[in-house]
Design a binder for this molecule. Sequence first.
Ligand SMILES: Nc1ncnc2c1ncn2[C@@H]1O[C@H](COP(=O)(O)OP(=O)(O)OP(=O)(O)O)[C@@H](O)[C@H]1O
Ligand SMILES: [Mg+2]
Length: 276
Amino acid sequence: MKQLDTLRETMRRDEVFSFVKPDANIQPITDRGVILSLEGVNKSFDGFKAINDLNMAIDAGELRCIIGPNGAGKTTMMDIITGKTVPDTGRVRFGQTMNLLGMSEPEIAQAGIGRKFQKPTVFEALTVAENLELAMQGDKSVWSTFRAKLSGSQQDYLGEVLETIGLQDGAKGRSGSLSHGQKQWLEIGMLLMQRPHVLLVDEPAAGMTHQEMDKTTELLTSLAGDHTVVVVEHDMDFVRSIAQRVTVLHQGHVLAEGSMDDVQQDQRVIEVYLGE
Ligand SMILES: Nc1ncnc2c1ncn2[C@@H]1O[C@H](COP(=O)(O)OP(=O)(O)OP(=O)(O)O)[C@@H](O)[C@H]1O
Ligand SMILES: [Mg+2]
């Protein structure tokens, strides 16, 4: 039993990548001010400039919406922040000092940047609570073989997350029976289990009913403040309902930035959307 405990300890998500733990002297998280910044970032794919001199700064605790026509570079921008895509030039920083370029995807996730992809990846055969537990454990292959009991505080946190995502009543139900919207919330809950500082969310409202969208607005709004939330979304009503600050991307570059009203009245933005 002792050996099993030792193994569990070794496989804990926050211990697995002990070698990638941020240097204790580096303090990437600031209470206020810029938490995430891109400076002069460029990325070409086979000569096509998907990201073109991209400059953006996001404040800690902000709820930022990124909009823009298809192919504007929104997903590529998230790929660059999370280390999935390495830019040709430019700087990407987390907090004041942490250089995200040169860090691997797991290192960046470990540093506190969580990402939700468009397509839900919940394990349908498992219950809602089990999916959250799995997300906390991190290493999926290990989890199935050596399912560790959660500590008291981990249980408490799981309960908190269930409440945040509004699935406390269905915790023991199979995830496969959840609605599309509920699966998206579960997925956000799975991100929260890793206690990220920044949440990057790609098209959370896609395919949702209006009622589900309203709940998603509430959820993302409640997460901002304690977290920094960056949302890429096409649905303009949804963006209007949550947006504090909106960045419009076009051809890999920031076309406009400001309140939803500001950007919607911007002539360049109108032209880009009319031309779509
Ligand atoms: N790995 C890749 N290889 C080649 N081209 C790519 C790659 N990734 C993205 N692109 C191209 O870069 C451009 C930007 O794509 P991206 O997916 O970032 O746009 P987007 O703003 O997310 O669009 P959408 O709203 O349709 O999701 C597109 O023209 C796309 O075809
Ligand atoms: Mg995209």
